[in-house]
Design a protein around this ligand. Structure first.
Ligand code: RIB
Length: 288
């Protein structure tokens, strides 16, 4: 593919309210001394930005409330040239919010209050009259909405099965590419093993593997880094994988590039604030 890949992302938009702490609380425990920050987030918005930053033309379809959180949530996407015409502003709803704790190793805990994301439905989705190279979804919108997208979208469909939840087989059967982490892979188990889709499984700091018809077809290691904040690393991986796969047509090359992009995204705090440029990804690849 010689032109910039065109990717349509149908997904969530959140404002991330983040507290950095030494250690994350266990159930029933209170930890103090947190340092608070607000960052744009949401798996859909993050993946849209990652793909845009790495060279794709991207449109984002979703919803926010009519509130201050919406302007914060959309600021980096807007400044980066993601097409936001498909983002509805809903009067009676609040923008989605994620409450995130990040510990000294960069590990996180996330609680999402979806707000307007819950209202994205067949009724609010625009008519998809423009052709794109791929459509990308996650599972932070209602399952019925993803089911509708799977049934009506033409062309390449990639679904990041995050966060894991029960799904009708029609969604899994329609997807050309399914991206999971190890927890999600264990959750779907057999359904993935039997799937006809290309399965991309991320392995955290160990890299990622591609599986087709139950057979490993490619594997990549992650560059060794000292993570500051892992929030959004998986989203960066997905965006980077799609851009490279569409551009190069090679699963192996896309895995290698996406592992480096995901690692680069852990070097700074925040989800969207940490998304790398192509130069940063290449620099990390050159070191490894
Ligand atoms: O994947 C990270 C994202 O998950 C955060 O930005 C948060 O908003 C939640 O959706």
């Amino acid at each position: 593919m010689t032109h910039q890949p065109r990717i349509r992302v149908i997904g969530s938009i959140n404002l991330d309210i983040v507290a950095r702490v030494e250690t994350l609380p266990r159930p029933g425990e209170t930890v103090s001394g947190g340092i608070l920050a607000h960052y744009p987030g949401g798996k859909g918005a993050n993946q849209a930005l990652a793909a845009r930053r790495l060279g794709a033309e991207v449109e984002l379809i979703g919803a926010v409330g009519r509130d201050d959180a919406a302007s914060q949530a959309l600021a980096i996407l807007r400044a980066s040239g993601v097409d936001l015409h498909g983002v509805k502003v809903l009067d009676a709803m609040t923008t989605g919010v994620a409450l995130i704790g990040v510990d000294r190793h960069g590990e996180n805990q996330i609680i999402v209050a979806p707000g307007a994301n819950e209202q994205v439905s067949e009724a609010t989705l625009p008519v998809f009259d423009q052709m794109v190279d791929a459509t990308l979804c996650q599972l932070e919108l209602p399952v019925a909405t993803i089911e509708h997208v799977a049934a009506t979208t033409k062309g390449l469909l990639c679904i990041n099965l995050a966060p894991a939840q029960p799904l009708p087989p029609s969604i899994l059967n329609r997807a050309d590419i399914l991206v999971v982490n190890e927890t999600e892979s264990a959750f779907y188990g057999d359904m993935l093993d039997k799937s006809r889709s290309l399965i991309i499984k991320t392995l955290g700091s160990r890299g990622a593997v591609a599986i087709q018809h139950g057979r490993e077809i490619a594997r990549a290691a992650s560059p060794k880094i000292d993570p500051v904040d892992t929030t959004g690393a998986g989203d960066t991986f997905v965006g980077a994988f799609m851009v490279t796969f569409l551009r190069e047509g090679s699963v192996a090359k896309a895995l290698t590039y996406a592992c480096a992009a995901g690692a680069a995204a852990t070097l700074t705090a925040g989800a969207q604030t940490s998304m790398p440029t192509p130069e940063q990804v290449l620099a990390l690849l050159a070191q490894s």
